[in-house]
Design a protein around this ligand. Structure first.
Ligand code: SF4
Length: 242
């Protein structure tokens, strides 16, 4: 990606004033922050997160997709337009996990579309990743009516699908975007501010998991984009060590 394009993506993050520092042709160090970011020892405070048993264990991608499409395990099946399974590269190193589909995702059947999706794309590009290089999914595959928070029961019923997606994908890193996704994945009620800038672990494979803000929140609160940028650099650093 050329420097002009990168500047455009940083501009989308509200970080256009930062300078470019190139390290290599294929994986350049995209941007130098005003204050050098010192990543903590990635796994020093890692926690193993127990997850429910993967009820979908053994299913391949097409089987899993078909099971999700037909799922009526929770009440959200009655109000969805369609399930939103996930999208992306089946050999991706990065797995991006959001909360649940919104209205536009429910209509289109794809996670992170619309303005929030465009900002997510810009966030990924800022660390040298194209949307096509990652896999994107949600904790829940169906839209909660009115975009309400999913209930613990709904999240628990749906999580095995994500667990099997992770088992098939074998990502190097998971990026949980938004408080609801982070809290459900980590089984905690801690605030997002308390969860970011740490390496958590998810599931039996202890996949490193980093938390950041949801792009929809960043659209409402652009002053937090700088923190999101720090989180993405942190995640990139963690991924480079896996
Ligand atoms: S949210 Fe998940 S568990 Fe509930 S109906 Fe949709 S796919 Fe099934």
């Amino acid at each position: 990606m050329n420097s002009e394009l990168r500047r455009e993506y940083l501009a989308a993050l509200g970080l256009a004033c930062w300078t470019l520092r190139t390290r290599g042709a294929l994986a350049p160090e995209p941007f130098a922050a005003p204050e050098p970011f010192a990543a903590p020892e990635p796994f020093a405070d890692a926690r193993a997160i127990a997850t429910s048993q993967a009820r979908e264990a053994g299913l391949d991608w097409p089987e899993l997709r078909a099971r999700v499409a037909a799922c009526t395990r929770c009440g959200l099946s009655a109000t969805r337009t369609q399930t939103v399974f996930g999208v992306g590269n089946l050999h991706a190193d990065w797995l991006i996990v959001g909360e649940a589909p919104g209205a536009e995702e429910d209509r289109k059947g794809e996670p992170f579309v619309g303005r929030a999706g465009q900002l997510l794309n810009s966030m990924l590009h800022a660390v040298g990743l194209a949307r096509e290089q990652v896999y994107i999914a949600n904790v829940l595959k169906c839209r909660p009516p009115g975009n309400r928070d999913p209930s613990p029961t709904e999240a628990a019923e749906c999580l095995p699908y994500l667990e099997q997606q992770i088992a098939l994908l074998k990502p190097k890193i998971m990026l949980a975007v938004g408080r609801i996704a982070a809290q459900n994945l980590l089984h905690t009620d801690k605030t997002l501010g308390n969860l970011r800038q740490q390496v958590h672990r998810f599931g039996a494979a202890s996949v490193p998991l980093v938390v950041t803000y949801h792009p929809a929140y960043l659209l409402r609160t652009p002053t937090e984009k700088r923190k999101a940028w720090e989180d993405l650099k942190f995640a990139r650093e963690v991924c480079s060590r896996v």
